[in-house]
Write a protein that binds this ligand. Structure first.
Ligand code: APR
Ligand code: PHB
Length: 388
């Protein structure tokens, strides 16, 4: 088999890259080791930055997003007794959209299978070869158990944190940075109409809580818990009790309903540099992980592939390597900005049991709730800084 770009992994990064390349006449083949059902069922976050919505819309993938997604004009920051709204259009002229990453992935898979470039599910034994040459290749076993070889000009490593691509880059040198947090998120999906018009990020002495949603009838809520907690120890009643306490506000009631999914998510920040080795380019979770507090995971993957698509189109159609040669540095500049924002939101909103920290966190929250300058800084980062 032969193609121009071999893409490893059919998550949002790999699928969107294949789409952006196809729109500019560059061929690709996407190799995914899981089944379609598995890829489309993964529960992930759901906030889309302005540029992500624009990129999906410009790529012809915005119909269902605009029909079923919800445009949000701000968030609430809460600490005991106070719930303060940040008005994003007023602060920075941008908004965000609530539309589950699961839905984005379904739209991408549907578009890919509907006349898009080849997408092979349930492949295995993916190995990358000759990435330092201009003729790299990918060996893999297809879903029928047949050994295959895919010759290409470029390999895109969009195979997530546990993929095979990053280790190949790291084998030629580079380094990684990691910060693990002493807390985790217990997340639930519930058939309950959200009792809030905007997301609520709540600081509480018992721990952080986030009130998000998926639709006018489905709520998505998170609780800060100890990473050692086991989901089986958390009955739905216990979860709702803790959520009610952390969001408590006079005259306001949380709305409960049947919990349809619950899980505990670890939290870490991770950055791997460089994001390129020869003809192998990394994008998305393959190169970096952010804690979910800043809602940056998916948006950073979209920003990476926006830059990578531009660089590969120029390399493969105009034989110009300038954007490809600076891709890693340009992508990492935004990765560190978003890593800092996600770390600062996480550090400001999660309790660590240290009283002095608690006072510092409340002082910073009160600053953001009373200063337009501080609120604008958060709003600009949350809604998404320009790409490139
Ligand atoms: N061969 C083929 N496919 C692989 C391999 C492999 N060896 N290893 C992993 N994959 C696939 C995974 O099954 C997954 O479908 O690569 C895909 C990577 O997708 P994601 O993990 O979703 O990563 P990415 O596309 O970068 O999206 C980042 O996902 O985790 C969220 O918060 C994160 O929102 C961010 C987004
Ligand atoms: C979500 O809706 O799942 C969500 C929203 C905002 C976050 C994290 C997750 O910061």
């Amino acid at each position: 088999m032969r193609t121009q770009v071999a893409i490893i992994g059919a998550g949002p990064a790999g699928l969107l890259l294949s789409r952006l390349l196809a729109l500019q006449g560059v061929d690709s083949v996407v190799l995914e080791n899981r089944s379609r059902g598995y890829v489309e069922a993964r529960i992930r976050a759901g906030i889309l930055e302005q540029h992500t919505v624009d990129t999906l819309t410009d790529a012809g993938l915005g119909d269902r997003l605009h029909r079923e997604g919800m445009e949000h004009r701000g968030i609430y920051l809460q600490h005991p007794g106070t719930r303060h709204k940040l008005d994003f259009p007023e602060l920075c002229g941008r908004t965000v959209w609530v539309y589950g990453q699961t839905e984005v992935t379904k739209d991408l898979v549907k578009a890919q299978l509907d006349g898009g470039p080849p997408l092979l599910f349930e492949v295995s034994d993916v190995t990358l070869e000759d990435v330092d040459s201009d003729t790299p290749r990918v060996r893999f076993t297809d879903a029928d158990g047949v050994a295959q070889v895919l010759d290409c000009d470029v390999i895109a490593g969009t195979d997530g944190f546990h993929g095979v691509s990053r280790p190949v880059v790291q084998a030629a040198g580079g380094r990684t940075w990691e910060r693990t947090y002493p807390y985790a998120w217990l997340g639930i999906l519930a058939d309950a109409a959200p009792a809030t018009d905007e997301l609520i990020y709540a600081w509480h002495p018992e721990g952080f809580a986030l009130y998000s949603m998926r639709s006018p009838s489905v709520s998505r809520l998170y609780l800060q818990v100890d990473p050692a907690e086991r989901i089986e120890d958390w009955s739905d009643d216990r979860i709702w009790e803790n959520l009610s306490r952390r969001f408590a506000l006079d005259g306001w009631e949380i709305s409960t309903g049947p919990v349809t999914e619950k899980s505990i998510l670890p939290m870490r920040s991770f950055v791997s540099t460089p994001m390129r080795r020869g003809r192998l380019f990394l994008a998305g979770d393959a190169a970096h992980i952010v804690p979910p507090t800043g809602a940056k995971g998916l948006n950073l993957a979209v920003a990476d592939v926006t830059l990578l698509a531009q660089a590969l189109v120029r390399l493969l159609t105009e034989k110009q390597a300038d954007l490809a040669d600076t891709y890693s540095d340009r992508a990492l500049a935004r990765v560190w900005r978003c890593t800092h924002f996600s770390w600062s939101m996480t550090s400001m909103l999660h309790t660590s049991g240290d009283d002095f920290d608690a006072q510092l966190q409340l002082a910073q929250l009160q600053r953001i709730c009373s200063s337009e300058t501080a609120a604008r800084e958060l709003a600009e980062n949350y809604t998404g800084l320009p790409v490139g």
